[in-house]
Design a protein around this ligand. Structure first.
Ligand SMILES: N[C@@H](CCC(=O)N[C@@H](CS)C(=O)NCC(=O)O)C(=O)O
Length: 225
């Protein structure tokens, strides 16, 4: 159970947050955990490498199983603890179809977000171009328009796949939250803003809110998107 689990994590990392939300939803509080620092390069420490040879967060051990990919960890936990805590994969094929579709689309959304927020980090100084920055911003704007459309269609619902909180929300919410933290405007993206506000106080999410986000000002990188 929880005592056999170890999570090494970094604050603000969406993949780490997914596993933390999942563990809360499955009532697995009391697992071993250690908050480590990106700034101090602790993701490259031996302690992390022993679990995650990629030297990345999350590093997650569940009994004898190593599950460093957040999607893998969340699916594993849902399967292992099907009847404990929140049931996160509903029985309805209609809901499942929506849930799977949205959770895998988050890879595209996340990549487009990273291309904008981390442009300077990803592209060496001499190779940066305003045209590429502009293209990345347009790609993210178009992607967000899609998500606005998805969420508008579900306007009476709290969640990505309908009225129930599912695995799609566990996996997608941290990315949406990261964008609001980075200055995304809920006036420009009202359906995303509504989604964010409807889930941000959910107990599993509140209990695991990234500690480095508390009390520090948000960024404004995505303000104009
Ligand atoms: N593929 C992993 C994410 C791994 C990952 O990209 N981790 C980032 C933090 S969000 C990291 O540790 N970056 C530091 C590095 O790669 O050196 C998952 O989805 O769980």
């Amino acid at each position: 159970m929880a005592k056999d689990m170890t999570l090494l994590w970094g604050s603000g990392s969406s993949p780490c947050w997914r596993i933390q939300i999942m563990l809360e939803e499955k009532q697995l509080q009391g697992y071993n955990q250690k908050l480590l620092s990106f700034e101090k390069m602790e993701h490259k420490s031996q302690e992390v490498l022993d679990i995650n040879p990629r030297g990345q967060f999350p590093a997650f051990k569940c009994g004898k199983h190593i599950l460093n990919e957040s999607f893998a960890a969340c699916f594993f936990l849902e399967n292992e603890y099907k009847s404990q805590g929140t049931k996160l994969i509903p029985d309805s094929p209609d809901v499942q179809a929506q849930m799977y579709q949205r959770m895998f689309e988050v890879f595209t959304l996340g990549q487009k977000m990273v291309d904008v927020i981390y442009y300077n980090y990803l592209v060496p100084e001499g190779e940066r171009h305003d045209s590429a920055i502009q293209r990345n911003k347009e790609a993210l704007t178009a992607e967000l328009k899609l998500w606005e459309g998805y969420l508008k269609k579900r306007s009476g619902d709290c969640c990505l796949a309908g009225k129930e909180f599912t695995l799609a929300d566990v996996l997608v919410f941290p990315v949406i939250a990261y964008m609001f933290r980075s200055g995304l405007s809920s006036e420009r993206h009202p359906a995303l803003g509504k989604y964010y506000n409807s889930l941000k106080d959910r107990p599993s999410i509140k209990a695991t809110w990234p500690p480095t986000w508390q009390g520090t000002p948000a960024q404004d990188t995505l303000k104009a998107i």
